[in-house]
Design a protein around this ligand. Sequence first.
Ligand SMILES: *Cc1c(COP(=O)(O)O)cnc(C)c1O
Length: 396
Amino acid sequence: MKQHIFLSSPHMSEEGYEQEYIKEAFDTNWIAPLGKNVTEFENEMAAKLGAGKAVALSAGTAAIHMALKAIGVSQGDVVFCQSLTFSATANPIVYEKATPVFIDSDAESWNMSPEALGAAFEKYEKSGKKPKAVIVVHLYGICAKIKEIMEICKKHQVPLIEDAAESLGTTYHGKYTGTFGDYGIISFNGNKIITSSGGGMLLVNTEDAEEKAKKVLYWATQAREPARWYQHTEIGYNYRMSNIVAGIGRGQLKVLDKRVDKKRYIYSYYQKHLGNLAGLHFMPMMEGTKSNCWLTSVQLDDGCKVKPLDIMLALVKDDVESRPIWKPMHLQPVFAECDFISLEAELHVVDEETGADNSISGQIFEHGVCMPSDSKMTDEDLERVCDVVRELWEQM
Ligand SMILES: *Cc1c(COP(=O)(O)O)cnc(C)c1O
C-alpha cells in the first residue's frame, strides 16, 4: 500500500533531543510558565543566527504583532507590507488599527519588489503619509532582495520587519534572514522547517535591543508592573512561550542544519528529474543567497498545457499533498479596501474563478504549485511524485 506523502510535517530529531529537554522540565517541575528551556531557547537561537536579542512567543503572528508595537505602530498609521504572503503577515497591522498598503513582488525574487516599494514611498510621502514600518517576507525560504530593501528603508528612515517565518536557516552572503531588519520574526508552527508544536520568536536587532526586548517581554506577559499587587498601566497580551514548547524547540534547533540540507536536496531532486519538462520553472535562487527550500515551488508558463490544478489533482489521486501558492493579500476580500502598489500600469482580473490579476504576485499565484517537500520523504517518495507529474506531460 502506498503511504500518504505530506507537504511538510513535523520531523522530530532521530536522537530524541526534544524529549530530553521535556524530561528535564518534567523532572524539575518547570512545566509552566517559564523556565530554563525558554531562556536557553532564546539564547541558543540568537547565538545561532547572530541576532541581537530573541524573545520566545506563542506564535510567529504574535511576534509580528509585538514588532509593530515595539515600533510604535498605532491607529491611523500606514504600514507597507508584501502582498504575496500568508495572511498572518498582515493581520497584526489591523490588530493595531493601522492600515496596510500592499506592495507587489518582482519576478526575480518572488518577494517584495524594491522598485514597487520605492514607488510606494514616493506616492505616500507626497501626500504627507510616511509609513511607520515596512514588512518584507522571505517566501518559501527564498531570500528577498534584502540589500535593496534595507537601503530604501534607511533612506526614508523607516524601520524594517523581516517575516522570516518560512526562511529559518536561509542566508544572504552568509548572514541569516531575520537578522537584517530592525526586527525579524520566525515561526515554529507545525508545518515550518522546525517546529515546537506551535510557537514563534521575535528577533530584535536594533541598537537598543536589550530595552526593546524587555518591553516586548512585558507586553507579552500581560503587561504586569513590578508591584506587590497586580498593577497595570498598559494593555497586555498572553503571548509567552511555555517551557515545554521551548524544550521541543531547543531539540529541533539542533537539527535545523540537517533539515535545511534535506529540503535543499528535495529541491535539487525535483530540479534534476522535472527540470526538463516544457514550460515548468523552479522558484528562484538568487546569487549570494542560500535558501532553506522550505517548500519547493514551481511555475507553469501560460502556454503550458498542464495547469497547476492538474498537478494538484493528480497528486491527490496518489495520496500526495501539494498546495497552491499563497493568494496575495491585495486580492483577498478582507483587504479589498486597501491600496496596492504595483509597477503594472493597469491591473485587471485574469482569472474570474481565483480572482488572480496581472500583477507579478497575482501571476505567481495563478501559475504556481508548492510541491510536497516533507523532510521525511525518501528517494522512492520523490520518484513517485516525479512519476505522477511527468505522466501529465506525457499525456499532453
Ligand atoms: C507561518 C507564517 C506566519 C505565522 O506564524 P504562526 O507561528 O503560525 O503564527 C507568518 N508569516 C508567514 C509568511 C508564515 O508562513
